[in-house]
Each structure stands twice: as structure tokens, then as C-alpha cells.
Write a new protein. Structure first.
Lengths: 252, 337, 288
């Protein structure tokens, strides 16, 4: 982990009508860090991710990526700077063969600039990449339409799509939801490996046991507010976090 | 009581389709023929039919079919990025008026006006539609439906570009062969070009945008830029069709923006089947001659197109081409369950 | 003063036209492009019943409303139900239905000065310096009455409440035992009937021309889009804006500019603020 700040979020707020989904959240993220983002349902985790990746415009606050203000930039611009994200609900191009799903990020200006993907090479690159994620190249799996694949494969396809962008910052929104235990066991080491190789990761997850094994630090959100920030054990020990997770008589 | 036996239809790829999937198609001329026939037949049909019918009335019908096929192809291309146009008349009209205007006021020759109308008209249409690119589905369709009407009324109200009378006595094509073969060449080029394009990487980006634009954005691709490119391409084809028709008629008037020019290509696409371009050509080549044969109906033709459109939507949602394609590649049999 | 009176009547006319369209869209999400065609069909049916068959006016009006309402219902049940889920196919289907109706009526020759619906009460009244015929006063009264009726209907009656339930969250409504297809079909039928009511009130001011089938559709679209589809206050405000706008343009410029202004309003609103002035479709803008 270096001291270089890759992402800085300052007083980020998002209101949907009367609801404050994200409330004055600030944090910094260093290069190579593995950050867990947790909190009860509806605490604003996905909204925070949508704000960082530009899919939702913030009401107020600033986001800096490598000291560059990306607050009101469109999603594709932010993605081209190297912020890849997965989606909570499975999203894929269902009618297109699985490996052709990766053509989209491979066709992006970012990958072109990094010197990958000449004409006619993208198919091979896509199949190579998918091979690492359990889509064996010699099987029929990568060539089937994505819509006909099981849920676990689609989740991994989403992860592969993120990695095809050659990101500097990877944001995973509940990657493990709906995966079987064995699929999680197969995928977690991959993510750990990416992190060891220098990739910065933000991971939203409900499976805390798996998350705490890999995360250096967690941020806990509750009702859009940041209530804890620190190494997993310390953060979870805080009283407010315990209350948010277990719920007590004082709420409501 | 007799046991009721239930059957279901089973579809199996023909052996020859499986055999000729990859390099093995070169193994025998039967396989080669199987692959080439569906491509060679329509091309040779298009090339020889003007020779067969010659000029005259049915020559004109062939020319009409080609221009409307171009409009239908342009519709299908837009649909492949998820933009559903109800305004092919916009492209047609803009192309017609640009070609007509340059020819009428500046006396530009025909070989200059048609390219200028194709590119210039496409630029105009693209800039008109860029502000509404973020609209999806029905809203985009509404804009495309309204824009040609707006132009129609503007020309009437401002009395520019010939006003209600239109621009008369424009330069004709040197002979009808040239007109026919330019139109046919364009149809063949667009048909196979677009089919090819959608199987390139660029095409997969377009298909991705149609299926889920947010994933495409997360992949670092500016969807508006790609939509704009597609609109330019589709508009160029539509404007080209308009420019051809202008010089064929030697006249351009407000009728270029009429709803007919939207409904007829649309009915063609829906009848033939969208998403593969061949369906659009097939559909228009059925509809246009049919409507010419039923010329006696006069004003009812619009109602007829619409009726065909409704029927095809309700009964044959996949379109004729998909049906034929399935029959060609697969055989069906009943199996008991 | 004259400007004001014409502006008000024109605004209420537009609101009347748009009510049925917005009601259907708001509830079932079907943009009924056959709205103008139903308006025309209702007027012509009433004329036929009165002048060719000889049924009294009031009864023929009721029968026409019923027939077109049923037509709307079966349009949904027979055709739209097959196409549900693909909004664009629905638009194509309703547009095609509109063209079939209008072009067949045009072919049968229902245009011209013979085709006039009777006014409710003949004559006119002087307001200030200008004469206003009773029909226009009726029109304003009926327009305001209908809006109040619709409000009460959707807020007080069981069918009305189920309409609103479907429009707010279809899945939840289904899980609470509301038949969404039935409700959507009813809404289309209701919207079509409202189109006929609007026609019966407005058409006596002139003669019937098949072209109005398209013009009415454009007016309904314009009011709906400028105000924000499915928003009742939006319809009111945008009919007033467009109503006065048209009158001002027609008074100070050429009358043809009216249509141009209406069409341009649709395009500009969709380009600048697609959810309309009062629209609830926030996500249309949220999606960057």
C-alpha cells in the first residue's frame, strides 16, 4: 500500500426527494488499499457507488480521483479514467455470446490507449480473460449467449468485464450475492490476487466473514451517514455499529 | 378412455448447417452451395429484375421498392441501437429538399446534388436529433414523429423552398437504367454492409447499447457518440433515398415529409422481421409491388399498410424472414411427450 | 379582453383533448396514438346516428361514447395485450390503428360542411365588447366539470383507486389482487370515451374534417408532454400555456404559426426537460 491518495470523497450528499440517501460522507482511499463498504439494507452503499462512478449526480460534495475533480463527469468518462464497477443485480448483454460481452470494455478508448485490442485481436483477448474466470476456453461456455448461463457465471462475467477495462480502482457491488459457497471460494482468491498485484478495491458486501478476510479497512454506513471507519475488528467493535446491525430499542 | 397423446414440436439443425459452420464448408460444393445460395439468389434477383421488366410502369415499381427498402434498412439500423424511429420521413424529406434545393437554386448537376444531399442531409438530421439522444423508447419515437410534421408546417408557413407548390422541373437521371442500378446497388451495399457491421466489434457495441446502456457506460464507452454515429449512418441512407426519389420525380414538395414515408418502410420491416436487415428488404419488396397492384384503392393504401402493420405485429411478431430462415436451417418434427 | 376569452376557451379545449390521452398513459403506460382518431370517430358516429338513422341527439351521443369506449377496450384486449412490455410496439400499433380509422373515414368522405354536429344551445352572449357563443361557455363549464369529476373518480371510487394503484406500482397492485390487464383495458376504454366527449363538446364549433384526427393527436401529445405525462396539474398548466400561446401567435402573426408553435413546443420540451414541467419521471433526467 502506498501513501498516494487515489480517491478522495468530500462531504458527498445525495437527496432523492425528501430522502437523504447519502449524507455528508467523506473518506480517502490510498493506492492498493482494499476497502470494505458495509451497512444494513438501505444504508446508501449502492447510491454511494453510483455517485462515485457517475451514474447518479450528487446533490452536493466533491469527488477527486488522482486529484482530478470527477464530480459531475459522465459514467463513461470516469470508467475511462480506470474506475471499473460491477452491478448488484446481474447485468449482461443476454443475447450476445458471453465472450462478446467483453468486446465493449475492450473497445473503449482506455484500452486502446493502454495499447491493447487491435482489430481482430479482441476476440482472443476476451477468451483469454474469461479463461481466468472459469469460462474454460475449450468448453462451450464462453460461446453461449450470456442469457443462457447460470447466475454464478454471470457474476463472474461481470467481474471479467470490469477487469477487461484494466482498472486502477475496482468497485464491486455485492459480487457474492447469489453465489454458491464453492463459487465464492473460487472467486475470492482471484480478487485477493488482484489486490496483491496493486489494484485498489472497494467492495460492498453482506458476507462479512469473507469480506473481513481480505479487507484492510471497512467503512460502515447507516441511514446514509458514515458511522465507522477503520480496520474491520475495530470498526465492528464500535457501539454505534453494533446498534445499527443488531437494532436496539432506541431506534425509531 | 383413450390416453391422450401430447405432441410438441422439436426443431433440429439440419446436418448440413452443422457441417458447414466453419472451415468445413469448403469440403464440398454442396456445403458451399448451401451457404452461398441465400446470398447469391437475392443479389442476382435484384441485378436481373430491371433487365427483365425493363422501364415503364413496373420499372418504376422496382425503383420505388428500392428506395423504400433503403428507408427500411435505415430504420433497422437505428433499431439495432435501440432507437425506434417513427420519422423515416424526416430523413427522406431532408434528403429530398437538400438535393432539390441545390439543383433548383444553384443548378448543381445531379452527380453533385445526390452526394451533397446524402452527407449534408445526414449532418442536418444528426444535429437535429443529438439533443434528444438521451431520450429512450417512446419519447425518442415521439420526437421523430413530430420533426417531419414540423418541417412540413414550417415550409408551408414560411413559404420557403417552393412553399406549398414545391420545386418543379429538377434535373432527371440520364436514363432509367442508371437510376435503377444506383438504387439496387445501394440496397445490396447497405444490406450486406450493415449485416457485416453488426458482426464487427463496433456492431457488438451497438447491440450492447440496445440491451443495456448502463453496462456499456460502465465499460467506458460514450454511448451518445455511438448513437450519434449510428444516426448519421442511418440518416445518410434515408437522405440518399430521398435525393434519388427527388431526381426520379424531378420534383420535391411537402409530400416528402408525409406520414406515408414513415409507415410504408415501417410496415415493411415489421412484415419482414427486424434485426437482420434482410427482413426489411424482403418486406418492402412484398409491400410496395402489392400496393401498386392495388392502386385502385387510392387513398385507402395508407390504411392497408397500417392494417398489414397491425396484423404482422400481432400474428407474426418475428417476421417473415425469421420464419424462412428457420425453415432453411432447421427441420421440425413432432415428438410425443 | 377578447384575447383573454379566446385564450381561456382554447386552453380548456386543449385540456379536454389531453385529459383522456394522459389518463390512459398515466395508468397503463400506453401512449394511445389513436386518441385523435377516436375523437373523430365519435363525432362522425354521432352524426351518422342522427342524420342517417334518425336517433335523437342525446341518445346518439351516448351510443357513440359507448361504442368508442368498447372499441378502446377491445383494442387493448385484442391487440395491446399481445404486445405488452414493448412500449414501442404499442405506439406503432396505436398509430397504425389511428391511420386505419382516419384513412377509412377519409375514403368514405366524411369531410366538409354537411358534417356538423349540433350545438347544445344556439346563440351567443356579449361579454364586454365581444360576442361569445353559448357553446364556448358550455365547453369551459364541461371542461372544468370533467376535471373535477376525474379527480373525484380517481380519489374516491374503487375503480379509480385501482387505476391509481396500477399507475404507481403495477407489481404491488397485482399482488394486492388488482387485475392489471383488466384495469389497463378499462383505462384505455375510459380514455377513448373521454376523447369522444371532448369531440362532442368541441366539434359543434366547426365542421368535421378527417384531418383533425391527426391534429387532435398532436394537441394531446403537446399538452401531455409540455405538462409532463400523467400529471394532472401539469395538464392544466400546459393547456393554459399552450392555449394562450396559440391565440397570441394567431393574433399577432399568421394563423399557420399555431401548429408550428405547438410542434416546436413538443420538440423543445423533450430536448430540454423530457419529463415536462410537472413530470414525475425524474429518472428520465437522472440517467445522465
Amino acid at each position: 500500500m502506498s501513501e498516494e491518495v487515489i480517491l478522495r470523497v468530500e462531504n458527498l450528499t445525495k437527496r432523492f426527494g425528501g430522502v437523504v440517501a447519502v449524507d455528508q460522507v467523506s473518506f480517502e482511499l490510498r493506492r492498493g488499499e482494499f476497502l470494505g463498504l458495509i451497512g444494513p439494507n438501505g444504508s446508501g452503499k449502492t447510491t454511494l457507488i453510483n455517485l462515485i462512478t457517475g451514474f447518479v449526480k450528487p446533490t452536493s460534495g466533491r469527488i477527486y480521483y488522482f486529484n482530478r475533480d470527477i464530480t459531475h463527469k459522465p459514467p463513461y468518462y470516469i470508467a475511462c479514467l480506470g474506475v471499473a464497477r460491477s452491478f448488484q443485480m446481474v447485468r449482461a448483454f443476454h443475447k450476445i455470446p458471453a465472450f462478446k460481452n467483453l468486446i465493449v470494455p475492450l473497445y473503449s478508448p482506455r484500452v486502446k490507449k493502454l495499447g491493447g485490442g487491435k482489430y481482430g485481436e479482441r476476440d482472443d483477448m476476451a477468451i483469454d480473460l474469461l479463461d481466468d474466470f472459469g469460462f474454460e476456453r475449450d468448453s462451450f461456455v464462453p460461446y453461449k449467449p450470456a442469457g443462457s448461463l447460470p447466475h454464478g457465471y454471470l457474476k463472474r462475467l461481470d467481474l471479467a468485464r470490469c477487469m477487461a477495462l484494466r482498472p486502477d480502482l475496482l468497485i464491486l457491488d455485492e459480487l457474492f450475492s447469489g453465489m454458491t459457497m464453492s463459487e465464492v471460494a473460487a472467486t475470492l482468491p482471484l480478487i485477493e490476487k488482484f489486490n496483491r498485484e496493486g489494484l485498489t478495491i472497494i467492495m460492498v458486501e453482506h458476507r462479512l466473514k469473507e469480506l473481513f478476510r481480505v479487507a484492510h479497512r471497512v467503512i460502515v454506513l447507516n441511514f446514509g451517514k458514515k458511522i465507522a471507519d477503520g480496520p474491520p475488528k475495530e470498526a465492528m467493535a464500535q457501539e454505534e455499529v453494533q446498534r445499527a446491525y443488531l437494532g436496539t430499542e432506541s431506534e425509531g | 378412455m383413450a390416453e391422450a397423446i401430447k405432441y410438441r414440436k422439436e426443431r433440429i439443425d439440419r446436418g448440413i448447417k452443422v457441417r458447414s459452420d466453419t472451415i468445413y464448408m469448403l469440403s464440398s460444393h454442396r456445403e458451399l452451395l448451401y451457404l452461398l445460395l441465400p446470398r447469391i439468389l437475392p443479389i442476382s434477383f435484384l441485378i436481373f429484375i430491371p433487365l427483365w421488366v425493363g422501364g415503364g410502369y413496373w420499372g418504376k415499381v422496382i425503383f420505388y421498392s428500392c428506395t423504400f427498402a433503403l428507408l427500411a434498412l435505415s430504420w433497422d439500423l437505428l433499431a439495432s441501437v435501440g432507437l425506434i424511429s417513427l420519422g423515416q420521413a424526416l430523413f427522406f424529406g431532408v434528403g429530398s429538399y437538400v438535393a432539390g434545393g441545390f439543383n433548383y437554386y444553384l443548378k448543381w448537376p445531379i452527380f453533385l446534388t445526390i452526394p451533397v444531399a446524402t452527407l449534408g442531409g445526414a449532418l442536418i438530421c444528426t444535429f437535429l436529433l443529438i439533443p434528444v439522444l438521451r431520450l429512450r423508447g417512446v419519447y425518442f419515437s415521439m420526437v421523430t414523429l413530430i420533426l417531419p410534421l414540423l418541417f412540413d408546417h414550417l415550409i408551408e408557413t414560411l413559404e420557403v423552398l417552393g412553399g406549398t407548390h414545391g420545386l418543379l422541373s429538377l434535373s432527371p437521371f440520364p436514363n432509367h437504367w442508371l437510376a435503377d442500378y444506383i438504387a439496387i446497388g445501394a440496397v445490396i451495399l447497405c444490406l450486406f454492409g450493415f449485416r457485416r457491421l453488426l458482426h464487427e466489434d463496433f456492431g457488438f457495441v451497438l447491440r450492447g447499447i440496445r440491451e443495456d446502456d448502463r453496462v456499456v457506460m460502465a465499460g467506458g464507452i460514450n454511448i451518445y457518440w455511438y448513437k450519434a454515429q449510428t444516426i448519421f449512418l442511418a440518416a445518410a441512407v434515408g437522405c440518399f433515398a430521398g435525393a434519388l426519389m427527388t431526381h426520379y420525380y424531378q420534383f420535391v414538395g411537402r409530400s416528402a415529409f408525409a406520414l406515408d414515408n414513415t409507415i410504408l418502410p415501417l410496415a415493411g420491416v415489421v412484415l419482414g422481421g427486424s434485426g437482420n436487415f434482410a427482413g426489411s428488404v424482403l418486406g418492402t419488396f412484398i409491400l410496395v409491388p402489392l400496393s401498386e397492384a392495388l392502386r385502385a384503392l387510392g387513398g385507402l393504401r395508407m390504411a392497408l399498410y397500417s392494417l398489414i402493420l397491425i396484423t404482422a405485429l400481432a400474428i407474426l411478431p418475428e417476421g417473415l424472414f425469421h420464419y424462412f430462415e428457420r425453415k432453411y436451417h432447421q427441420f421440425e418434427r413432432l415428438v410425443s411427450v | 379582453m377578447e384575447l383573454f376569452i379566446y385564450g381561456i376557451t382554447n386552453s380548456v379545449t386543449l385540456a379536454l383533448i389531453a385529459l383522456g390521452f394522459s389518463l390512459t398513459f398515466g395508468i397503463s403506460g400506453v401512449a394511445n396514438f389513436a386518441h385523435g382518431a377516436f375523437y373523430l370517430l365519435g363525432g362522425i358516429l354521432t352524426w351518422v346516428f342522427m342524420n342517417q338513422i334518425g336517433i335523437p341527439y342525446f341518445l346518439s351521443a351516448l351510443i357513440s361514447i359507448g361504442i368508442v369506449g368498447l372499441f378502446g377496450f377491445f383494442l387493448y384486449w385484442g391487440l395491446m395485450l399481445r404486445l405488452r412490455g414493448l412500449a414501442v410496439n404499442e405506439v406503432i400499433a396505436t398509430l397504425a390503428t389511428a391511420i386505419v380509422i382516419i384513412e377509412v373515414l377519409r375514403y368514405l368522405g366524411f369531410s366538409g360542411f354537411t358534417y356538423v354536429l349540433p350545438e347544445f344551445i344556439k346563440g351567443s352572449i356579449q361579454i364586454g365588447k365581444s360576442w361569445v357563443d353559448y357553446q364556448r361557455i358550455f365547453l369551459v363549464g364541461i371542461g372544468i366539470g370533467l376535471i373535477i369529476f376525474l379527480y373525484l373518480f380517481t380519489h374516491k371510487t374503487k375503480i379509480g383507486l385501482s387505476f391509481r394503484a396500477i399507475s404507481q406500482n403495477e407489481r404491488t397492485a397485482i399482488s394486492l389482487g388488482i387485475d392489471s390487464d383488466w384495469t389497463a383495458a378499462l383505462s384505455l376504454s375510459f380514455g377513448s370515451a373521454l376523447a369522444v366527449v371532448a369531440g362532442l363538446v368541441i366539434l359543434p364549433l366547426g365542421s368535421i374534417d378527417t384531418q383533425i384526427g391527426y391534429d387532435i393527436l398532436i394537441s394531446a401529445l403537446a399538452v401531455g408532454i409540455v405538462g409532463g405525462l400523467e400529471s394532472v396539474p401539469g395538464i392544466l398548466v400546459s393547456s393554459i400555456i399552450l392555449g394562450f400561446g396559440q391565440i397570441v401567435v394567431a393574433t399577432f402573426f399568421k394563423a399557420q404559426w399555431q401548429t408550428v408553435v405547438t410542434l416546436a413546443a413538443i420538440v423543445i420540451i423533450l430536448a430540454v426537460k423530457p419529463s415536462g414541467i410537472f413530470g414525475k419521471y425524474k429518472e428520465l433526467e437522472e440517467r445522465v
